[in-house]
Design a protein around this ligand. Structure first.
Ligand code: GTP
Length: 365
């Protein structure tokens, strides 16, 4: 079976990280996010993946190549302008054949059993099956209420609390029959959520919802990106990552120098060739990339450090994300969702709490 993964979005809510790394290539426990997705697909007998990307297509191509290493055949399709979720599928029509296929948003962390999803789709003789996730507060999302047979009744975009008649939202993973392609106009930006699917419901064309009880999270905001790390490290979703467990829930990569006087409280993942110096403290729910240095007396907690970061003596990093090659001088204090842009250097004694608040305002969506 073939799967199309949509990785051509702008990722605006994760800027500035996504200015230099496409959202689906951001690391999750030191492995590009999309690699985890490809492994899930392989587990459920997907043989061919079409990556529908935008201008950053080469980043994917250079990393995944022809896909052999993952036991998959990977085909790359580029959009010069974003075509929207449905337009992107129309754009790859030539790579699809006349069989059922799967479409996935490339920013969803899940352990969905795709074989069961496809089985459900076939049992309903559906044209489209939308995977649904149940969320606590559905109001920021598109709601998808279904009837007793699983048929989608309507689509409700960002409803008020009173209008929220279900907690089921579109989880961004679909099974589609090839006939769907004729419902999508060619060469224009067109979306499944606002265009194709509501039209199908109006015409009463078989569109079903599948609501499995599985882990589901879209990693599209800084808060959710950190939560993804938290949940993986807590084992709430089973995901492979690298490193040797040197003590309970502390995984360390190769060629690291970890001072015997450093304090590390798991769950923590540390990449390859890192240096953790005396009296440095790493608290739980932290991932440290490759080639990072945490200096004497520095403390890092609930954070993600990309490759090549340097946290100098007595600096504090809490609930924040440091892009590749970020360097903090001595006694810098950053906390509460500071996102430090790639290669930024923050000077001695800087306190970056307000910066976080400003950034959070930008991202409230
Ligand atoms: P934000 O700008 O933060 O909303 O992120 P985004 O642009 O990625 O949008 P969104 O989270 O809604 O996208 C969900 C998934 O669809 C992501 O994996 C995107 O990469 C992908 N996607 C969104 N729009 C397009 C598009 O026009 N073309 C393609 N190929 N993929 C898209």
């Amino acid at each position: 079976m073939k799967a199309v993964i949509l990785v051509g979005g702008q990722g605006t809510r994760l800027r500035p990280l996504t200015d230099t790394i496409p959202k689906s290539m951001l690391p999750l426990v030191n492995i590009p996010f999309l690699e985890h997705v490809l492994k899930l697909l392989k587990r459920y007998s997907i043989e061919e993946v079409i990556l529908s990307a935008g201008v950053s297509l080469d980043v994917f191509k250079n990393y995944f190549g022809d896909g052999k290493e993952y036991g998959l055949k990977i085909i790359y399709a580029k959009e010069d302008e974003p075509l929207g979720t449905a337009g992107a599928i129309k754009n790859v029509e030539k790579y699809l054949d006349d069989s059922t296929f799967v479409v996935l948003n490339g920013d969803i962390l899940t352990d969905l059993n795709i074989a069961r999803l496809v089985e459900y789709h076939k049992s309903k003789k559906a044209l489209v099956t939308i995977t649904l996730a149940s969320v606590e507060d559905p109001t920021p999302y598109g709601l998808v209420p279904i009837d007793d047979t699983g048929k989608v009744i309507t689509f409700l975009e960002k409803p008020s609390q009173d209008e929220a008649i279900t907690d089921l939202i579109n989880a961004g993973t679909y099974v589609l029959e090839p006939e769907i392609l004729s419902f999508i106009p060619e060469g224009i930006n067109y979306s499944f959520e606002k265009g194709v699917f509501p039209g199908m419901v109006k015409r009463d064309e078989g569109i079903f919802g599948f609501s499995p009880n599985v882990y589901w999270l879209d990693i599209g905001t800084p808060q959710k990106y950190l939560k993804a790390h938290h949940d993986v490290l807590e084992g709430e979703i089973e995901l492979n990552f690298e490193g040797e467990q040197i003590k309970p829930r502390v995984w360390v990569g190769e060629d690291c120098e970890i001072s015997s006087e450093a304090n590390i409280f798991g769950p923590v993942v540390i990449g390859n060739s890192c240096q953790i110096e005396a009296s440095a403290t790493i608290f739980g729910h932290t991932t440290i990339g490759n080639n990072c240095i945490v200096g004497p007396g520095a403390a890092v907690s609930e954070s993600v450090l990309f490759d090549g970061c340097k946290v100098n003596g007595a600096s504090i990093v809490k609930r924040s994300i440091l892009g590749r090659g970020v360097e903090l001088d001595a006694r810098v204090h950053i906390e509460d969702m500071v996102i430090a842009e790639e290669k930024v250097k923050i000077n001695n004694d800087n306190f970056n709490h307000r910066l976080a608040e400003e950034k959070l305002d930008d991202r409230s969506r």
